[in-house]
Ligand binder design. Sequence first.
Ligand code: SF4
Ligand code: SF4
Length: 365
Amino acid sequence: MAHDVALRSGLTYDGPAIEEALREMIEETGGWPGRIVPGARVLLKVNMLAAKAPERGITTHPAVVAAMAVLLKERGCRVGVGDSPGGAVGGVERYWRNCGYEPLAADHGVELVSFERAGSLSLESGGRVYNIARPVLEWDAVINMCKFKTHMYCRLTNAVKNAFGAVPGLGKAVLHSRAVRPADLAVHIANIYALVPFDMVVMDAVLAMDRRGPGTDGRVRLDGVLGVARNGVALDMVMSELVGIGPLGLETTRAALARGCGLPGGAPSVSGSASFPGFEVPLTWMYNLVPGFAGALARWALRRVPRSNSRCTGCGFCARSCPAEAITLRGGRAVMDRRKCIVCLCCHELCPENAIDVPNPLKRR
Ligand code: SF4
Ligand code: SF4
C-alpha cells in the first residue's frame, strides 16, 4: 500500500546513500508520478533563497538535487534546476555558483534554468492575479525540492512555502511588503502553491535550521532527515508535528488546506520515521495582532527594513545591487533609506559579510 509520506533519518550528504533513500521513498509513496515518464522534461524547483554555501543550511543541498537528477536520468528524463531568489534581479549565476549547483550541469547534464529570463504568465488564484515563472508551468513535470528550515515570519519554510519562488524577481518583495500579518502572506503563498503543478515533493532536512532562521540568527543542525510525498501539504503537516507545533501549526498549511490543496481524509499515513530533538520554532502570533484595517499605516510602520551592523566593511556591493537605490555609504558603512526601501531583502541575501540584519519591528518597539 502506498503511503502519503515517506521519511528517512540518519543520512548525510553521501550521494549513493541519498540516491538509495530516494529510490525507496518514491516506491513507498506510490512510484513515479504519471507525468514523470521517459523523455519528459522534469524541472526541479529548488529553494535557492540566498547565494550561500550549502553548509549554511539555507538552500536545497546540491547532493540531494544531484541524486534526484541521477534517478531521473536513469528514467530517461531531461532535468532542469531552477528558482527565483529575490536578489536574482542582479543575475542568477552567482546563486548557481555559491549554492553549489554549477557542477550539476557538467556532471549530470542538468540545465540551469533562469526564471527571470524565461518570463512569466499572469494567472488568477483565490481572486488575485500572480505572475508565475513560465518554466514551472510549461515543463512536463515539476518536483518541489524544498529545504526545511525556520522562518521568522512563516515559522517554517517547507513544501508549500517553496512555491513562493515561482514568482519571479521583485514580485515576491511586493507581496511581502503588502502582507502585514503572517496570515495575509500565507494566503498569497497558498494561492501561488495552488497554481504550481507540483508532481511530487522532496524535502531536504539533512542539514536543517531552527531558531530565528533563515539568516544568521538561525542555528544549522545535522538532523539527517529526508522526506518524500506526492502532496506537499501532507508532508508539511507531518514535519510540523515532528518539530512539536502540531500538524496545523503553520499559517501556510491552514491556508493551503482552505484552498483545497490537502489530502482528503484524516492524518497522512507515513512510512519510516524521523525526529528533531530540541528543535526551536520561532513564534509569529504577535504579527497577527495587527488589525487588517490598519492597512497602509501598519504596513509602513511594520516594514522590516534591513540595516547594516558592525561587520559592514563599506564595500558598496549592496548599494550597487539595491533595485530601489535606497542604500548609500556613510562613514564607511551602508545606510538604508527607510522611505525608499521596498523590503526586497536583496541586500540581506547578497552581503558577503553577513553584515545586514532584518530587525523584528515589534521587538524594536
Ligand atoms: S554589502 Fe555588506 S559589507 Fe558591503 S557595504 Fe553592504 S552591508 Fe556593508
Ligand atoms: S535597502 Fe531595501 S530595497 Fe534596497 S536591497 Fe535592501 S531591502 Fe531591497
